[in-house]
Design a protein around this ligand. Structure first.
Ligand code: GLU
Length: 891
């Protein structure tokens, strides 16, 4: 490196020394006509470098550099004539096609060696011309060989002008090999905007491209390819321009796009780096404002600059060989453009150059018998995450492509690293998953959309660092498999065919879809349910008062009333205390009467039940106990009745047309349907349950009831007598905003929404992990609240939520009180028996009579239910009694 720098410095500053050494050497003036400053600098550096490389040589090249504008053929012509006048050994340049032909004709006429380095499409075998640029046809073969090695079947050539297309012309021959080659010109109406053309190309669905563009537009084209979403891992490009490595390709190296390019100079080669550094030093001497520490990086050096250096080296070595072989010096002579003179030795130099081989910066510089460059090597490079990597080499002579790419692209780019990738994300316009942003200003790009799924992608991108472009699925179809055509439609198809990298919407994970695409973890869980109009309030009924108790309770209440009345009647007859003296003023009555006849017992319990009372008052312990239990029962029943009646009077009872899918399926009045080709319809199609099969057959026979979008389904529910089978999350969203609608019944199944991507996608794990993270951090819940309850009319129906419904009290509610009553009554009966037994026992003790006989007498009397009058001394003899008095009492 220091060697070159010293060359540069000596050439610039040590003129005295130079002139001294020149005197012993044969001077050869070489002219350079360039339109690029770097070319001129490289030309001069190469000449001085050659002079110093062979210090013992008698040859000294003296460069004369002229900068001539690209299109200025006249200036190029006059400069050539000026150079010839001073005696010219060789002319380098120009790099312009426009002037090249003029200059070449002069050089042909004057037999001056003419050395070119630009890509010349019209190059023929010219006597005085040596062109170091690989012949366009050779390069075209290179790209043909790469395309064949990659096994591409359908190739789209994107080109900017005729020269670029000519550079890949051999590829067109692939059409004959059962491959499809499509050519697309990158036309631009407004300068530099290739997006419309690229979008049209993208829409064709092709993914393998040969990009043949000049460097003037290359950077813009690459950038715009990224902008239209064509820089993702499904796309492959072969870029034919050998200078593309001089661009900063880092923005594309993470996207996983397979970009292949070719180069003929290695920027890491020491000599290439030295030339780059010397160019920088030269520039610095001319422009002091160039910052010291910024070196001219070798990767920025274009290959034509290196070709110029090689050309000068070739020229020098050819001259050197000739002077040694001929053992005499070759001297250039002054020539005039206007005279018919020429330099005899010129052709010798030209021909010798074509047979000479040198090792230059662009590899082996060697020519075939036609005079075109041959046997040169081209490095095949691929863009990876770590930058450009060499994956092969091609030799122009052998047409051999040795590839040593270690693995397939997907492994090379790192399986699930999504950082800096750009994805095309397909969405549907479906509330609230993906919607057009509500604004009065015109939006472009991703800003045009908002919604739950849009936010999910935004969050995922901030976690994983990928870029994304949203596109819309115009027909709103999520994707269904058509067994007749064997094809998928909707978003699933777009993902399968690579037109979208990710699909997100209310896209349900189903086993059928899993066979076609991969899904992430679900970001939302849901089930199928029914959307229908809210139930209407039932008009108040005339017999509302019976509502507080169920029929069973009413029956039980009636039965209890009769049983308790009969029990009190029995207890009254049994209990001795209930037999009372009808005339209290008669101290020793002959007859006793009992107040609890069957009629009185019924009246007594009724009076208690109606909370009115009666004049009857139980006297014995057992009747009092039983009455107490009855009153407790009545108290609780009446309180319960009153409380529940109040509820029935204040709460509106709603009339539901059906409660669940079974009831819906078994009626004819309400029509129903689901989204066409959606997961809901397919659930019924695939179910084995007879009721769901019935639903499916109804759907099949009523295609007019199936809708294209959820929104259409909701509209039909509102306006027709129609029930819409849809997913619970969407029902939740709808019922938050449409207060007349409600979900009917529970969930029929349990499933989830997830993001779909191509099968075997390396991004699945990364995306799934990020979805889980979002779940754990509550981001998904937050987004759900935002889009369901807050945005776009959320919470509209919250205040109008239904009150609770009043239900009749059933036996379960009041069973306890019936139990207490039963036990109390049974105990009362036993009590009255006990009372009777005790009374008989006392009497028998006093009268010394047997208990059994007395008891049986009492029982016999007890069973005479019609007899309400009891003789006081029934035990003595009924014959002693006054029958007339008894008759009066019985009446
Ligand atoms: N989420 C459904 C799907 O992915 C669409 C809506 C539906 O079928 O209810 O197909």
């Amino acid at each position: 490196m220091s060697f070159i720098i010293s060359v540069v410095l000596s050439s610039l500053f040590i003129n005295g020394c130079k002139s001294e050494s020149v005197q012993q050497k044969q001077i050869y003036k070489i002219g350079g006509i360039f339109s690029n400053v770097d070319h001129g600098i490289a030309f001069e550096i190469a000449a001085f470098s050659a002079n110093n490389k062979y210090p013992w040589s008698e040859i000294e090249l003296v460069p004369s550099t002229h900068n001539v504008k690209y299109h200025d053929a006249l200036k190029a012509y006059s400069t050539t004539c000026d150079l010839l006048r001073d005696g010219l050994a060789g002319l380098f340049g120009p790099s312009s096609d426009f002037s090249s032909t003029y200059i070449q004709s002069i050089c042909d006429a004057k037999e001056i060696p003419h050395i070119e380095t630009h890509c010349n499409f019209n190059i023929k075998r010219n006597d005085s011309l040596v062109n170091l640029h690989p012949h366009p046809k050779s390069l075209s073969n290179l790209f043909l060989d790469i395309v064949e090695a990659y096994g591409w079947q359908k190739i789209v050539i994107m080109y900017d002008n005729d020269d670029s297309l000519l550079g890949v012309r051999t590829l067109l021959g692939l059409n004959k090999k059962e491959k499809i080659v499509v050519i697309k010109q990158l036309e631009t109406q407004d300068s530099g905007n290739f997006r419309p053309a690229l979008t049209t190309i993208k829409a064709t669905g092709n993914t393998e491209f040969v990009l043949a563009c000049s460097m003037d537009i290359m950077e813009d084209v690459l950038k715009q390819l990224q902008q239209v979403g064509m820089m993702t891992d499904i796309y492959s490009y072969i870029i034919t321009n050998l200078d593309v490595q001089t661009l900063d390709l880092s923005p594309y190296q993470y996207a996983g796009t397979n970009i292949t390019l070719a180069r003929i100079i290695d920027p890491e080669d020491t000599e290439v780096m030295q030339l780059a550094e010397s160019i920088y030093k030269f520039r610095k001497t001319r422009d002091a404002s160039i910052e010291d520490e910024v070196l001219f990086p070798s990767w920025k050096m274009r290959y034509e600059t290196a070709l110029i250096a090689d050309a000068v080296q070739l020229f020098y070595e050819t001259l050197y060989d000739l002077t040694i072989d001929k053992k005499k010096s070759i001297t250039a002579i002054p020539l005039s453009c206007h005279e018919d003179s020429s330099w005899n030795e010129g052709y010798t130099i030209t021909n010798s150059m074509k047979t000479k081989t040198v090792k230059g910066l662009t590899g082996l510089v060697k020519f075939d018998i036609e005079g075109f460059r041959t046997d040169f090597n081209v490095d095949i490079m691929e863009l990876s995450q770590g930058g450009l990597i060499n994956v092969g080499q091609w030799n122009s002579l052998r047409r051999s492509l040795n590839t040593y790419r270690p693995e397939k692209i997907s492994t090379r780019i790192g399986a699930d690293d999504l950082f800096n990738r750009t994805f095309t994300v397909i969405i549907t316009i479906s509330q609230p998953y993906g919607m057009l942003t509500e604004t009065t200003t015109q939006l472009v790009g991703n800003d045009r959309f908002e919604g739950f799924c849009i936010d999910v992608i935004r969050e995922l991108s901030s976690i994983l660092g990928f870029n994304y472009t949203f596109v819309i699925q115009d027909d709103g179809a999520n994707g269904v498999f058509n067994p007749t055509t064997g094809q998928w439609n909707g978003m699933i198809r777009e993902v399968m065919e690579g037109r979208a990298d990710l699909a997100i919407t209310d896209l349900t994970v189903t086993s059928e879809r899993e066979t076609a695409v991969d899904f992430t973890m679900p970001f939302m869980n849901l089930g199928i349910s029914i959307l229908y109009k809210k139930p209407e309030p039932v008009p108040p009924s005339l017999f509302m008062f019976v509502s507080p108790f169920s029929a069973m309770v009413w029956i039980m209440l009636g039965v209890s009333y009769f049983i308790v009345s009969i029990c009190i009647f029995i207890m009254g007859r049994l209990a001795p205390a209930e037999w009372q003296n009808p005339y209290p003023c008669v101290e020793e009555p002959e007859f006793l009467v009992n107040q609890f006849s069957i009629r009185n017992a019924l009246w007594f319990t009724m009076g208690a039940l109606m909370q009115q009372g009666s004049e009857l008052a139980p006297i014995s312990i057992s009747t009092r106990a039983a009455s107490g239990v009855w009153w407790l029962f009545v108290l609780i029943m009446v309180s319960s009745y009153t409380a529940n009646l109040a509820a029935f009077l204040t709460v509106e009872t709603l009339m539901t047309s059906f409660k669940d899918i079974e009831e819906l399926a078994s009626q004819n009045e309400i029509k129903f349907g689901a989204k066409k080709g959606g997961a809901t319809a397919n659930y019924f199609r695939d179910s084995n349950l007879s009721i769901y099969q019935k639903v499916w057959s109804y759907m099949v026979h009523h295609p007019e009831l199936m809708v294209d979008t959820n929104e259409e389904g909701v509209r039909r529910v509102e306006n027709e007598n129609y029930a819409f089978l849809m997913e619970s999350t969407t029902i939740e969203y709808v019922t938050e905003r449409h207060c007349s609608l409600a979900q009917v019944g529970g969930l029929l199944d349990d499933k989830g929404y997830a993001i779909a991507m191509k099968k075997e996608s390396p991004y699945r794990n990364g995306l799934s992990k990020a979805v889980l993270q979002m779940q754990e951090r509550g981001i998904l819940t937050g987004l759900k609240i935002k889009w369901w309850k807050e945005k776009r009319g959320g919470g509209n129906c919250a205040a109008k939520s239904e009150g609770s419904e009043a239900t009749p009290l059933d036996l379960q509610n009041v069973g306890g009180v019936f139990l207490v009553l039963t036990i109390g009554t049974i105990l009362g009966i036993f009590g009255s028996f006990a009372e009777l037994a005790w009374h008989i026992h006392q009497k028998c003790k006093k009268e010394r009579k047997p208990f059994k006989e007395k008891f049986l007498n009492e029982m016999r009397f007890f069973l005479k239910f019609k007899q309400q009058v009891k003789e006081v001394e029934a035990e003595s003899s009924s014959e002693n009694s006054n029958p007339a008095a008894l008759d009066i009492l019985r009446k």
